[in-house]
Design a protein around this ligand. Structure first.
Ligand code: NAP
Length: 252
């Protein structure tokens, strides 16, 4: 799917990290972008700094949305339907991670991961599907994680939410494929963002030793994979792993 003048890319979790770079990258290749997160002002700031669209196009939009709150997602999707009028690419990058061994994990923390990482993506997909089905065109890219397939110590809730995202995405791909809508998971390994900034230098080195490419990935490399999935018109229901070969090599 190319970034033709009428194409709109909606990014939930667009304020920081992978999502913010996806906003910047998709704007650069010609999409009108809608940036959504809980931080209205940060989203406005992201949008202000995006590559400008040529006159006559929609331009870029921002909208406040907490994906873990159904009412907030419904309101944001309504705003997108009314103002953007299209949703050609939907990127679900909103995600949270709070490491803890299962024995110490509070029930609220389990719900926090599942509500944001899994249910949040399900709600945004459900909210924007009417637009995509009407257009008979759409590419949904749910940002999962390699740990959704291989698991990781201290990440049972996070991994479960990301594993759920795979089952959800594959089911959705089967439901809507005949109507021009594709759905895939992009599963990063360790990418340099706020989410991985707290890993100690020693732990980072141990992880890097287990990655064949011998470094963490960058947000730009992840955004390139999003561009690929947005354009890959015969790819649906797949998990694209972007982890420098870590899971292949039996890392983490
Ligand atoms: P990040 O830098 O911490 O950014 C997280 C983004 O999610 C922010 O834009 C944040 O926006 C948004 N967000 C969090 N909770 C939200 C909510 N309830 N409603 C709406 N937006 C919410 O994280 P990142 O590293 O870019 O991660 C992006 C995605 O990639 C996540 O799904 C993460 O699980 C996945 N991932 C990351 C890595 C990695 O190594 N970095 C690896 C595998 C998978 P606000 O705070 O402004 O609301």
């Amino acid at each position: 799917m190319s970034g033709s003048s009428a194409s709109v890319c909606v990014v939930f979790g667009g304020s920081r990290g992978i999502g913010r770079t996806v906003c910047q990258h998709m704007a650069r290749i010609g999409y009108s972008v809608v940036c959504a997160s809980r931080q209205r002002e940060t989203c406005e700031e992201v949008v202000k700094n995006l590559t400008k669209q040529t006159e006559g196009e929609m331009g870029h939009l921002s909208v406040e949305c907490d994906v873990s709150e159904e009412e907030s997602v419904v309101a944001a999707c309504q705003f997108i339907i009314e103002r953007a009028k299209r949703a050609d690419v939907l990127v679900n990058a909103a995600g949270v991670n709070k490491d803890s061994l299962l024995m110490r994990l509070k029930s609220n923390d389990i719900r926090y991961h599942v509500n944001t990482n899994l249910v949040g993506s399900m709600l945004t997909c459900r909210g924007l599907l009417p637009l995509m089905l009407k257009q008979r065109r759409g590419a949904i890219i749910n940002i999962g994680s390699v740990v959704g397939s291989v698991g990781n110590v201290g990440q049972s809730a996070y991994s479960a939410s990301k594993a759920g995202l795979i089952g959800f995405t594959r089911s959705l791909a089967k439901e809507v494929g005949s109507r021009g809508v594709r759905a895939n998971v992009l599963a990063p390994g360790f990418i340099e963002t706020d989410m991985t900034a707290g890993i100690s230098a020693d732990s980072q080195q141990l992880l890097i030793d287990s990655i064949p490419i011998r470094r963490f990935g960058t947000v730009e490399e992840t955004a390139h994979a999003v561009e690929f999935l947005a354009a890959a018109s015969y790819v649906t229901g797949q998990v694209l792993v972007v982890d420098g070969g870590m899971s292949m090599a039996g890392g983490i």
